[in-house]
Design a protein around this ligand. Structure first.
Ligand SMILES: Cc1cc2nc3c(=O)[nH]c(=O)nc-3n(C[C@H](O)[C@H](O)[C@H](O)COP(=O)(O)OP(=O)(O)OC[C@H]3O[C@@H](n4cnc5c(N)ncnc54)[C@H](O)[C@@H]3O)c2cc1C
Length: 411
C-alpha cells in the first residue's frame, strides 16, 4: 500500500508538514484556499527558525536587534545589548514566507490544490478512507467545481478557525483577538524603526496582553490583542497604542487594517482517529508572547515525522495511538515553555503595577540574556544557580517596589 495524506491549509504549519511527508516519499495533498494569503500577523520569527526551516535571507525583511519595552508610565527599557553580532529577531511578510514554504513543498512533490475544504466525511471503520470535499479555485480567481478526495490520514493546518477541528469535534479553546494596522511612515520616522521593535504594556493598550510596533518591509505594524473579545473594546485599545506611540507615528498613513483570533490554549482533542491538528488549529501559540509561527511549523513537522516513522515511510496506515505519539513528544519538549509563559502572563499582566515591575525587571542584563536566549533558540537555557537566585531576587524586588505584591493597591 501507499499512504495518502491530505494537509489542509498551507501556512507555516501546513507547508512544513507537507515538506516532511513528501521528502519521505509519501503521497501528499496540500490544500490552500488563497495562494496569495497575507495572514494578519506581526511576522516576527526567532533566529532558530531561519536555520531549522532553511529560510533564505530574502525572507527576512528586517533584522531587529533592539527592542524597547515601554511601561504604563512610559518608562522605556532598551533590550538587545546582550545580542551577539549575528543574532537578531527576523521580521517577515507572511505572504512572502508562506509563499516560499508552500512553493518549496510543492516543488518537492506535494500536490498543491488551490481549493477551500468545506467538509470532511469521517470513515465508519478503521480501514476506510476519509473524504474531503472542496471547492476548487480557478486561476482567473473565479470559483471552480466542487470536488472530493479520499485519503488515509488528514492533517488540519487550517488555522484558528479550523474546519477540520470542527469536523472531528476537537472542542473549543479560549482565544484572544488581535487587531493590527499597517502604517506607512515618512522616511525619517521609518528610519527610527530600522532595526527596532517596540512592546507597550498598560491597561490603556491591553488588559491582558501587550501592544506592539513592529517594523515591516516598508511600513510598521501597530497592533494589540486581548482575550476580552469585544469590538468596541479592541478599537479603544488600538486607540490606546496609537496615542502612546503618536509622536513616532506622526505623518503615517494607514494602508491596511486587519484582525484575527489568536488561540490561547490547546484544543481539548488534537488527535481524533486518523486526523491530527497542528499549529493554530491545534492551539500552539504561547501565552504572554503570542508567538505562533515557529510553533506552528515545528508542531507540524513533528506530527509529520511521527507519521513517517509509524507508517514505515508510507507503507502502513498509522492509528490514532500512533498519531498521539506526536502529542506526547510535543508536550514533553514544549510543555514547560507553555507553563512558564502562562505563568508570566498571569503574574505580570495583572495590573499596571505588575507591568511596571515587569518592565523594570527587563532592564536587568541577566533577565535579558535568559529571555533572548529562550526566544531565539527555543531552548529553556538553565542559568547557573547564582544567576537564577539573582533573577528571582530582582523579580521579587521589582514587584515589591512597584507595590505589585500589595493586595490592597488597585490601579
Ligand atoms: C495580528 C497577529 C499578529 C501576530 N504576530 C505574530 C508574530 O509576530 N510572531 C509570531 O510568531 N506569531 C504571530 N502571530 C501568530 C501567528 O500568526 C500564527 O500562530 C500562525 O500564523 C499559525 O500558523 P498556521 O500555519 O498554524 O495557521 P495560519 O497561518 O492561519 O495558516 C492557515 C492556512 O490555512 C488556509 N485555510 C484555512 N482554512 C482553509 C480551508 N478550509 N481550506 C483550505 N485552506 C484553508 C489559510 O488560507 C491559511 O493559509 C500573530 C497573530 C495575529 C493574529
Amino acid at each position: 500500500m501507499s499512504l495518502r495524506v491530505a494537509v489542509v491549509g498551507s501556512g507555516p504549519a501546513g507547508s512544513s508538514a507537507a515538506e516532511t511527508l513528501v521528502k519521505a516519499g509519501i503521497e501528499t495533498y496540500l490544500f490552500e484556499r488563497k495562494l496569495d494569503n497575507a495572514k494578519p500577523c506581526g511576522g516576527a520569527i526567532p533566529l532558530c527558525m531561519v536555520d531549522e526551516f532553511d529560510l533564505p535571507p530574502s525572507i527576512i525583511d528586517r533584522r531587529v536587534r533592539k527592542m524597547k519595552m515601554i511601561s504604563p508610565s512610559n518608562i522605556e527599557v532598551n533590550i538587545g545589548e546582550t545580542l551577539k553580532d549575528d543574532e537578531y529577531i527576523g521580521m517577515c511578510r507572511r505572504e512572502v514566507m508562506d509563499g516560499f514554504m508552500r512553493d518549496r513543498a510543492a516543488s518537492l512533490g506535494a500536490k498543491l490544490i488551490n481549493g477551500t475544504v468545506y467538509a470532511l466525511d469521517l470513515p465508519k471503520s478503521s480501514n476506510q478512507p476519509y473524504t474531503l470535499h472542496y471547492t476548487e479555485h480557478r486561476e482567473d480567481g473565479l470559483v471552480g467545481d466542487n470536488k472530493s478526495l479520499q485519503v488515509d490520514l488528514v492533517i488540519g493546518a487550517d488555522g484558528a478557525n479550523s474546519r477540520v477541528a470542527k469536523a472531528i469535534d476537537a472542542g473549543d479553546y479560549n482565544y484572544a483577538i488581535a487587531f493590527q494596522e499597517r502604517i506607512r511612515l515618512p522616511e525619517d520616522k521609518m528610519a527610527y524603526y530600522e532595526d527596532l521593535a517596540e512592546m507597550y504594556v498598560g491597561n490603556d493598550v491591553s488588559p491582558d496582553f501587550y501592544a506592539w510596533v513592529f517594523p515591516k518591509y516598508d511600513h510598521v505594524a501597530v497592533g494589540t490583542g486581548t482575550m476580552r473579545v469585544n469590538q468596541a473594546k479592541i478599537k479603544q485599545l488600538q486607540a490606546g497604542i496609537r496615542a502612546r506611540a503618536a509622536k513616532r507615528l506622526e505623518g503615517g498613513e494607514i494602508i491596511k487594517v486587519e484582525a484575527h483570533p489568536i488561540p490561547e490554549h490547546p484544543r481539548p482533542r488534537r488527535v481524533v482517529g486518523r486526523v491530527a491538528l497542528v499549529g493554530d488549529a491545534a492551539g500552539t501559540v504561547t501565552k504572554s508572547s503570542g508567538e505562533g509561527i515557529y510553533f506552528a511549523a515545528k508542531s507540524a513537522r513533528m506530527c509529520a515525522e511521527t507519521i513517517v516513522e509509524f507508517s514505515n515511510g508510507g507503507q502502513r496506515i498509522p492509528t490514532e495511538d500512533d498519531l498521539k505519539v506526536y502529542l506526547k513528544r510535543w508536550d514533553k519538549q514544549y510543555g514547560m515553555t507553555y507553563k512558564v509563559l502562562d505563568l508570566l502572563q498571569t503574574v505580570f499582566y495583572r495590573s499596571d503595577a505588575t507591568r511596571e515591575a515587569f518592565v523594570e525587571m527587563c532592564s536587568d542584563i541577566d533577565v535579558q540574556k535568559l529571555t533572548f536566549d529562550s526566544y531565539l533558540y527555543k531552548t529553556v537555557v538553565p542559568a547557573n544557580p547564582l544567576v537564577q537566585m539573582k533573577i528571582t531576587a530582582k523579580t521579587v524586588g521589582s514587584l515589591i517596589r512597584g507595590h505589585a505584591l500589595s493586595p490592597t493597591r488597585s490601579w
